[in-house]
Design a protein around this ligand. Sequence first.
Ligand code: SF4
Length: 363
Amino acid sequence: MTDLYRLLPEEMEDLMIEFDQPRYRADQILYALYYKFPQNISEIKQLPKEFREELVNKGFTIGSAKEVHKIESKDGETTKLLLNLEDDSPIETVLMQYPPKKLLGHPRSTVCVSTQVGCAMGCVFCATGQMGFERNMKAEEIVSQVIHFEKILSSKGQHTTNIVFMGMGEPLANYPETLRAIQLLTHPRGFGIGQRNITISTIGIISAIDKLADEKLQIGLAISLHAPNDKLRKWLVPTASPNSVEDLIKAGKRYFLKTGRRVTFEYALIEGVNDSTETANDLAVLLRNNGSHVNLIPLNPTAGDFRRPKRDNVVEFERILYNSGVNCTVRVEKGVEIAAACGQLRTDVLGKYNNTGIKSQRQ
Ligand code: SF4
């Protein structure tokens, strides 16, 4: 089976040639996929009935992730979905909306997508990391998460304005499919979002960061650092390489030099683990004069023992970085009450409904 959402516009044109169809049929299909969101090929009414049947008979399909659970924050700005993929693997996708800056403007609507079912990186503070790894997602499965929310947004006259690869999984450990998803989402005849409106977040696979820099894309890169020294980082991210902190900062610099895009270092602040003033000073020494940006993320509490730091500690940590000349922000907290950290919803729902047919990751 081939999902039509997998095909880049040029590949769609090649397919039309194979089927002995005029080239404009490719645009008809692409328009339907990205503006009309059909559930199956028979709904693409612009195509002749015989051609639709021929596509189905030759194994083409339109896959769609099925919504099995949805929760919204009280302010309505964060929506988290548990979606079942074609093989019933449950994954999470989140929509975060930010009020418009102008009175009559549209909200900024950021879709956070997953790239793997589970994750092999094993970060000790992350619910997804505790699930283990099941499989890589295909590019069309990554795209389908955006399409799912775009369909909802477009019915309200709104659109996806940003996409972040920060959901379940390590996107650069699924490099070919992540790259194809970016191409599909940014192609002017595909989903058509600007490259600068996409950010990839990585725990830091250095060879893949360098490869991504060579793609000559304009996408943003966020590297999850979480610690100013290798000993602490290796404890938080057990799969990290022995010299990860210094190597990651160098990799970020190379990415910036090749793409011109400033790199963000993400730092999950965990009470009593990496939120001390001493740690803040060490981080400041590392990143001073480096031109990068630090995004402090007070940890979303998971089922484990890790806790979010007190507000005063977060402010003090930020102050130390700022006073040392490190560009720094604290991430706007969204959806804390709906368990918006990656992996939490899936863990919660599977805990509650483990006998309802949703596939368990621990089988
Ligand atoms: S934080 Fe990211 S890389 Fe680490 S286990 Fe969770 S999903 Fe994987």
